[in-house]
Design a protein around this ligand. Sequence first.
Ligand SMILES: NC(=O)c1ccc[n+]([C@@H]2O[C@H](COP(=O)([O-])OP(=O)(O)OC[C@H]3O[C@@H](n4cnc5c(N)ncnc54)[C@H](O)[C@@H]3O)[C@@H](O)[C@H]2O)c1
Length: 315
Amino acid sequence: MGVKVACIGAGTVGASWASLFAWRGCDVAVYDPFPEALNRAEASIARTVSTLSEIFSGSEDDVKSALSRVKFTENLEEALKGAYYVQESAVEKLEVKRDLFEKMDAIAEPETILATSTSGLSISEIQTAARKHPERCITAHPYNPPHLIPLVEVVPRKQTDESCTEKTVEFMERMGKKPIVVKKDVPGMVANRLAAALWREAVNLVYQGIATPEEIDVAVKYGPGIRWAITGVYLTYHLGGGQGGMKYFLEFFDDHYRRLWSDLANWSEYPEGSFDAILKSMEGYDIIKRMSYDELAKWRDDQLAKILKLILEDG
Ligand SMILES: NC(=O)c1ccc[n+]([C@@H]2O[C@H](COP(=O)([O-])OP(=O)(O)OC[C@H]3O[C@@H](n4cnc5c(N)ncnc54)[C@H](O)[C@@H]3O)[C@@H](O)[C@H]2O)c1
């Protein structure tokens, strides 16, 4: 798969994308206007490509050849030359992204796909800066870190050509990602909206003194979280309906959800005093007391790699 990909912005997300693309056989140009960002990215890509090699049982040669495919540059034109696909992951500022899209649109060949990693900005606001070819602009939002977490949310907007959406989905699948196309440009797309709904109730449970953060994490990790990783939400409840499937589930649990939903938090800003309540109860979180931040992050990535292997093998 020798296509060229340009990663624009070499921070946390840009470097992680670059590792994935290189690991999957692409020639990757990593661009950032700040040399120190490129240096940091180079070190981080070396680490993350090794992680990918461990997960996918690669060899030392695989790591070497993936790393040899990555080039670093402070020159945008050089980065975009001959690129099939561009993944922009610069700072989350509308004016920076608009400026980049205007420049990239002027430099890149007309058929090059220009995708943004943005979490919170709308592709409709960004793509109007690409005056020549707005139809090749799209959001391809990763879940961090993109070299490990398969989900990518693809969001086309009014001006995006259907073929751009199709090519983006197809390219992401070739990169081993699990893309979904989000039909409307809404804040948080799909995954972060779901996560935000759960987070509000998690805050509420601590605020009301019903459970500690550690207990809530135990409830998620050893309860629904295990099923969510395998059957998501809808398939979980379809199975919950027994032989009658989703129809039975909807009808039988109708009253149950009515009572539950009327009791859940529905505020749209943190209630007064909730920060203090959360921070106070986090003090008792055992693993945070025992491990440093770096130890925790490494432990999380090791565990993530094991789960990922299982899920990816299952298709
Ligand atoms: N961090 C996350 O969890 C996460 C998850 C999904 C999506 N995203 C999105 O990814 C993008 C990058 O986020 P991040 O966390 O990697 O940020 P970051 O701050 O780690 O990296 C941003 C990079 O952009 C570079 N940059 C600044 N100005 C630039 C310019 N004009 N041209 C090119 N590069 C420039 C910076 O030097 C830096 O290296 C954002 O749009 C963010 O919304 C982040």
